[in-house]
Design a protein. Structure first.
Length: 288
């Protein structure tokens, strides 16, 4: 395990990196007790350009919050918004709720960021691998970061600080160990030497820190999970999320790896293509 002092030093050294990544998850990663109503684990990574994050994303999110609240310290937490709880009790008013959700969808659709999401379907995953099944978090992390690495190589970028929401010391330590192992050992598909070119410390921040990138990851994770679980159901929130799998950053248009990605694993009866085609005719890369 990397000492905390060294982690802090590494973070400060990457204050000029071109890109920043933010992690959030949806669903738990247990394969022992599977929630029949939500048999999915999803890892969402939001990738931003630092300059755009400072210039566009942070101010736009703050301005949106200030339309409804006395200050910008409110955390845009997906669950609280859906259930109209905490500061979002104002959404119990149907007129305000409709205006708020429309505004939030428009905000998400307009912001400059890319998405790399991996969703693990637990029942097909268990059926395929049985007792040999690995932790879904580790599998999702590998799938997502293989694609993120290819993107960074396209941009000739070798620095990527990663920010995740703190879950607790044990959980955070497990994720840090898995992440460092990935960078040191590589994957079945990508050799370790390629991952080892990255300077990519991972740090954990509490919800109270009110970090915009983590909130964006949270707001994108749940709609995508619902889309994977029920692609036939109209999902307005996902329509705002979908373009961010396809939209490259400025200067990367036309480059094959300059896009985000949604990977659903394992594939199930060819269902994935219809999952995407039914999204308001928007097509974006789905990896199998």
């Amino acid at each position: 395990m990397i000492p905390v002092v060294l982690i802090t030093f590494m973070e400060s050294c990457l204050s000029s990196s071109r890109f920043i990544a933010f992690f959030d998850e949806c669903g738990d990663h247990s394969l022992v007790r599977v929630d029949r109503d939500f048999p999915l684990f999803l890892l969402c990574t939001v990738l931003v350009e630092r300059d755009s994050y400072v210039r566009d994303i942070i101010p736009a999110i703050a301005a949106f919050k200030l339309r409804y609240f006395a200050h910008e310290g409110i955390n845009l937490h997906s669950r609280d918004i859906r259930k109209a709880e905490g500061p979002f009790t104002i959404l119990q008013n149907t007129v305000i709720r409709e205006e708020f959700l429309n505004g939030l969808s428009n905000l998400i659709a307009s912001l400059p960021f890319m998405l790399f999401i991996t969703a693990i379907r637990k029942y097909p995953y268990i059926d395929r691998y049985g007792i040999a099944a690995r932790n879904p978090y580790d599998v999702a992390l590998e799938f997502s970061f293989e694609r993120i690495l290819r993107f960074l190589e396209t941009c000739r970028a070798t620095q990527l600080p990663v920010i995740a929401e703190a879950r607790g010391k044990l959980e955070d330590d497990e994720l840090r160990d898995s992440f460092q192992s990935l960078l040191a050992l590589g994957t079945t598909n990508i050799a370790a030497r390629r991952f080892q070119t990255l300077e990519s410390p991972i740090s954990f921040r509490r919800k109270a820190d009110n970090i915009c990138g983590i909130q964006l990851a949270d707001l994108c994770a749940f709609p995508t999970a619902r889309r994977v679980l029920a692609p036939e159901v109209k999902n307005r929130a996902f329509e705002a999320v979908a373009p961010h799998f396809e939209q490259p950053f400025a200067g990367l248009k036309g480059q094959g790896q300059g896009r985000g990605c949604l990977k659903v694993f394992p594939k199930e009866n060819g269902r994935h293509q219809s999952l995407l085609e039914s999204s308001a005719d928007r097509a974006f890369p789905i990896q199998r």
